[in-house]
Design a protein around this ligand. Structure first.
Ligand code: C2E
Ligand code: CA
Ligand code: CA
Length: 303
């Protein structure tokens, strides 16, 4: 029975269809998928990996992004590109979102207790989670429960969730921001941000989508877009993060364009919780204390 359900989910993966129309998903109703996610949580099939982010110039660690992973009992990995959109079709996204938030906050509290006060965790928030009128209380409850300071939590939202929202959702974002939680606009450039609205959303940083970062060295248009997004962010007094940085050339371009923070395989692949501990231990051994003015030369971990 369980095997059958897992096969069903895996078939959906193979066909890249949503739960409503995938040939393998007949019989998985919305409630069925929510039950499947609940099961996956109970059986510890879900886990988080954490990808470091660092200052483009100094290479100082600035935080980790939490990314969900789902390993089926037969060992098959379902990518988040598949199960997150499936969960978003119904109630499952609220279960998955709450589990992700709690697990990420527990991890970040661990880093804090291990003596790293300035390492926030970034969690992806689906637009659908903003439909939940209880979201703000849930997030604040998780912070209280885990003991994580609000400033050590960042929520990454896509342009769609920032701009196509109801007044209630906008109010929720303002309340989260008012509580000290930091908001980042994810996948910037792929959605439909109105520049006028950008001034009014309470984000502290823009995250440039990896498609532009990866094309930038070869493609002048992509380079112009990256440069323009950095200029736009800075003109609005926002930070700017580049994702998907894989090569030293890409890092050099970002440095020339004055991008603040980078994330990508060049710095590190996403790490398991144990991998994070090793990464932190290695880096504190080689990096000078924050503020001592040391250069990053020779201190990079290879991707
Ligand atoms: P994202 O938020 O844009 O996350 C960045 C994706 O790029 C991650 O894929 C990451 O593993 C990948 N990546 C990082 N560095 C590099 C690089 O140098 N090169 C390349 N080619 N890729 C890189 P991942 O983990 O497969 O996640 C895919 C998407 O699924 C995420 O895109 C995010 O939108 C979503 N997602 C993942 N976990 C969650 C979650 O817990 N909740 C929600 N709502 N969405 C999630
Ligand atoms: Ca993200
Ligand atoms: Ca992206």
């Amino acid at each position: 029975m369980v095997v059958e359900r897992e096969r069903t989910v895996a078939n959906t993966h193979a066909t890249s269809n949503g739960p409503a129309n995938g040939p393998g998903t007949q019989g998985i109703s919305d409630a069925g998928f929510a039950a499947r996610v609940r099961d996956a949580i109970d059986r510890q099939e879900l886990s988080l990996v954490f990808q470091p982010q660092a200052d483009v110039v100094t290479n100082r660690l600035t935080g980790f992004e939490a990314l969900s992973r789902w390993r089926l009992s037969d060992g098959t990995m379902l990518p988040p590109d598949v199960f997150v959109p499936m969960a978003e079709q119904g109630e499952a996204i609220h279960l998955l979102g709450e589990w992700t938030l709690r697990t990420a906050c527990v991890a970040a509290t661990g880093w804090l207790r291990a003596g790293y006060p300035d390492i926030p965790v970034s969690v992806n928030l689906s637009a659908r989670q903003l439909d939940d009128p209880g979201l703000v209380l849930k997030v604040l409850g998780i912070l209280a429960e885990t003991g994580l300071p609000a400033a050590n939590l960042k929520l990454e939202l896509t342009e769609t969730s920032m701009f196509s929202q109801t007044a209630e959702a906008r109010e929720a974002l303002l309340r989260l921001r008012g509580a000290g939680i930091r908001l980042v606009l994810d996948d910037f450039g792929t959605g439909w941000s109105s520049l006028a609205t950008l001034r009014r959303v309470p984000v502290e940083a823009l995250k440039i989508d990896k498609q532009f970062v990866q094309a930038m060295v070869e493609d002048r248009d992509a380079a112009a877009i990256v440069q323009a997004v950095v200029a736009l962010a800075h003109a609005l007094e926002l930070g700017v993060v580049a994702e998907g940085v894989e090569t030293p050339e890409q890092r050099l371009y970002l440095q020339a364009y004055r991008c603040d923070v980078l994330q990508g395989y060049w710095l590190s692949r996403p790490l398991t919780a144990d991998g994070v501990d090793d990464f932190l231990a290695e880096r504190s051994a080689i990096l000078p204390p924050i503020g001592s003015g040391g250069s990053a030369a020779g201190q990079q971990t290879s991707g």
